[in-house]
Design a protein around this ligand. Structure first.
Ligand code: PEP
Ligand code: MN
Length: 300
């Protein structure tokens, strides 16, 4: 149950009666459309990033993901290309026109990541880092907060509260699975979180089925389920050659499977009164909706 001692002041419906819709370089998050953010776990090279970006874009993804600074469990695992990764992301974003989302792990790096990214990701391991939350709250860019792997929904909302308290209302919440006793999946994707967060907060809520399951073949199933329970978007890992991926290959979809998934997701979206952009159709990417009155524009 949500406690009385930790009241929400800014992220809840009492603070704002309209759903928050972000406008990230023309991509609306939190509106009628289900927004798919896709790309590799980690930026590995120029070729890898551009090939993946073009592939996911042609299937209907509207935001490119990619890690430049990787929070790895082992210090001996690939840590990311760091600033070079950021440069490649910004370049791929310009080449394709896709906004880019990438993780910032450290307060000292917020300014640097801000120069390249359109959305700053606060990862699962950093959700409790209140100094980082305050710093991204001051940066003026949209912030995607991933639920800590053992965080309650109230703690996730309070993490968002830190960002809003700094004057930054452009926040997206992300369910990415929690740690349970179950070991057959990497995490247990808590789909309860979506209706509960949407009941409690006006902020958009997305789902990461890649980290939520750890298995590429489960990603299409759980993506469908996420849309059915009201998710405003998905964050999906895609790699052209998952066997060779420097991180999270086992949970990464090949572009061809991602493409098939996107076609199936459009049917689910339609069934629940939502839509997913289809670049093969010549139509406007987003549809105006009464809910969109609360649009927050991130364009500067
Ligand atoms: C990621 O999305 O790249 C990531 C590291 O995810 P999480 O913080 O959810 O583990
Ligand atoms: Mn990953």
């Amino acid at each position: 149950m949500f406690s009385e001692t930790a009241p929400l002041k800014l992220v809840n419906w009492e603070a704002k009666s309209e759903a928050t819709v972000l406008n990230i370089r023309g991509v609306r998050v939190g509106g009628l459309e289900v927004v798919v953010m896709a790309g590799p776990c980690a930026v590995e090279s120029q070729e890898q990033l551009l090939a993946t970006a073009r592939a996911v874009q042609s299937s209907g993804a509207s935001i490119l993901r990619g890690g430049a600074f990787k929070p790895r469990t082992s210090p001996y695992s690939f840590q990311g290309l760091k600033e070079q990764g950021l440069e490649l992301l910004a370049w791929a974003g310009r080449e394709t026109g896709l906004p880019v989302v990438t993780e910032v792990m450290d307060t000292r790096l917020v300014e640097q990541v801000c120069q390249y990214a359109d959305i700053l990701q606060v990862g699962s391991r950093q959700m409790h880092n209140s100094a980082l939350l305050q710093e991204v709250g001051l940066c003026g860019k949209p912030v995607l907060i991933k639920r800590g792997m053992s965080a309650t929904l109230e703690e996730l909302l309070l993490a968002a509260e830190y960002v809003l308290k700094q004057g930054n209302e452009q926040v997206i919440l992300c369910e990415r699975g929690i740690r349970t006793f179950e070991h057959s999946t990497r995490n247990t994707l808590d789909l309860n979180a979506i209706p509960m967060l949407k009941k409690r907060s006006h902020l958009p809520v997305i789902v990461d089925p890649s980290h939520g399951t750890g298995h590429w073949w489960m990603v299409p199933w759980m993506s469908k389920a996420a849309i059915a329970v009201g998710a405003d978007g998905l964050l999906v890992e895609v790699h052209c050659n998952p066997e060779e991926a420097l991180s999270d290959g086992p949970q990464s979809l090949r572009p061809s499977r991602f493409d098939t998934m996107m076609k199936d997701l459009r049917q689910v979206a339609l069934a629940v009164g939502r839509e997913i952009s289809d670049p093969r159709l010549d139509r406007k990417l987003s549809t105006p909706r009464s809910k969109a009155q609360g649009v927050i524009d991130s364009n500067r």
